[in-house]
Unconditional design. Structure first.
Length: 95
């Protein structure tokens, strides 16, 4: 008499096959993600900015005090900022 279970063996084989297919597929975090981004100022909603303000009042994301502050910005796909009514922010030079 055999102690093996054919259904269990088939399930384990299926798991291994699915794992092999998953590992063979190329990893892509976001499908069709843009290659280039730009800082878009004046369109961030209160508390939804991506990083420090352009005028230096704060240095962290999520600290925009009001909607559409011209000193607050978010990253958008390149070419999108003008379409949504923002202004492309120039990157500050490194100190």
């Amino acid at each position: 008499m055999s102690d093996s279970n054919p259904k269990l063996g088939a399930a384990v084989a299926g798991i291994f096959a699915a794992s092999a297919l998953f590992m063979a597929a190329p990893a892509q975090a976001v499908p069709d993600a843009p290659d280039t981004w730009e800082k878009c100022a004046g369109v961030a909603m209160k508390g939804m900015n991506d990083c420090g303000s352009l005028d230096g009042k704060h240095a962290c994301a999520g600290q925009a005090a009001v909607d559409n502050d011209p000193n607050e910005w978010v990253y958008v796909p390149e070419g999108t900022c003008a379409k949504i009514g923002g202004e492309v922010a120039m990157t500050k030079p490194a100190k």
